[in-house]
Design a protein around this ligand. Structure first.
Ligand SMILES: Cc1cc2nc3c(=O)[nH]c(=O)nc-3n(C[C@H](O)[C@H](O)[C@H](O)COP(=O)(O)OP(=O)(O)OC[C@H]3O[C@@H](n4cnc5c(N)ncnc54)[C@H](O)[C@@H]3O)c2cc1C
Ligand code: FES
Length: 272
């Protein structure tokens, strides 16, 4: 819930920095006031004097006093975030967007498909469901990274499938010395899926090209557009439906998304 001036960031102390991969770090932030959020909602992270950028917390919504933000170094602002050190003060504003429709998952199976740093927003969903599977029948997690050293949250892969209703599979794009797991892009994990397809919701997050081919693969596998939810993490500015930077047709991804049902957007141009 946003209170006060939505353009004014809340100061947040950088309590820890985790080196996840050569290009990805997770920042643990303790805001001056707890920032309640739903899994899938995003925040704007500010580095005073440098700029701000949108990120979806990768931690469980059950701890609004300590948020994890996982950041891929890709350009000017994220480069400067990666130089931040413990004890520094950053800013958070939000949360924005709708968040994942967790209340619609009762009685369903959940398929989580992540590519690269796209596992970060999905981890909030995974942790929220692990904390309370409610009526969710099963969660199947499929993840792909470019190479072994870019596998995100590797330390957690053994833990997730210890939950009896959860299975996990990951892949890297090409064979590498020291890797005896699956190789091929993440869509290769989606063939002949062992899920109750008619009763499964799929949540997909990753680079644009991965969203596109994952969507087409799921459709080929028999999913219908309304069973597919895409994280449309495009360029955003205000986060509140005011600047017009993020729309697809009539939908503002910052307000109506960023996770949006494919059935709603599939007929508009430039979805992918
Ligand atoms: C709702 C939302 C949630 C996001 N969550 C995360 C997250 O959890 N972790 C994370 O690492 N990133 C996330 N992103 C992407 C992140 O906001 C951008 O990577 C960041 O703004 C880039 O800023 P920059 O100044 O470093 O890069 P720029 O200098 O602006 O751009 C550098 C390169 O990154 C590309 N780029 C910039 N913005 C995006 C974007 N939104 N999507 C894809 N490519 C982009 C540019 O095209 C360019 O190639 C999210 C984006 C949105 C909109
Ligand atoms: S980011 Fe401004 S309208 Fe969506």
């Amino acid at each position: 819930m946003i209170s006060g001036n939505p353009y004014m960031p809340i100061p947040a102390k950088l309590a820890d920095v985790i080196d996840e991969t050569p290009t990805i770090k997770t920042f643990i932030l303790e805001p001056d006031e707890p920032m309640a959020f739903r899994a899938g909602q995003f925040i704007q992270l500010t580095l005073p004097g440098v700029g701000e950028a949108p990120f979806t917390p990768s931690s469980s919504p059950s701890d609004p006093g300590r948020l994890a933000i996982t950041v891929l170094r890709t350009g000017a602002v994220t480069e400067r975030f990666h130089e931040c050190t413990v004890g520094q003060t950053l800013g958070l504003r939000g949360p924005f967007g709708k968040g994942y429709p967790i209340e619609e998952l009762d009685g369903k199976e959940v398929l989580v498909v992540g590519g690269g740093v796209g596992l970060a927003p999905l981890r909030a969903l995974i942790l929220a469901l692990l904390g309370d599977m409610k009526g969710v029948k099963r969660m199947s997690i499929k993840y792909g990274a470019r190479c072994m050293e870019e596998l995100l949250y590797r330390i957690q892969y053994d833990d997730w499938p210890t939950h009896k209703k959860v299975d996990f599979a990951c892949t890297i794009d090409k064979p590498e010395n020291g890797w005896d797991g699956h190789t091929g892009v993440v869509t290769t994990l989606l063939k002949d899926l062992d899920v109750d397809k008619a009763n499964t919701h799929a949540f997909v997050c990753g680079p644009g090209v991965m969203l596109k081919f994952t969507t087409f693969t799921l459709l080929d596998e028999g999913f219908t557009p309304d069973q597919i939810f895409l994280s449309m993490n495009r360029r955003m500015s205000c986060g509140m439906g005011k600047c017009g930077r993020c729309n697809i047709g009539p939908f503002y991804l910052c307000k109506d998304g960023p996770d949006i049902n494919y059935a709603k957007i599939k007929d508009y141009p430039n979805v992918f």
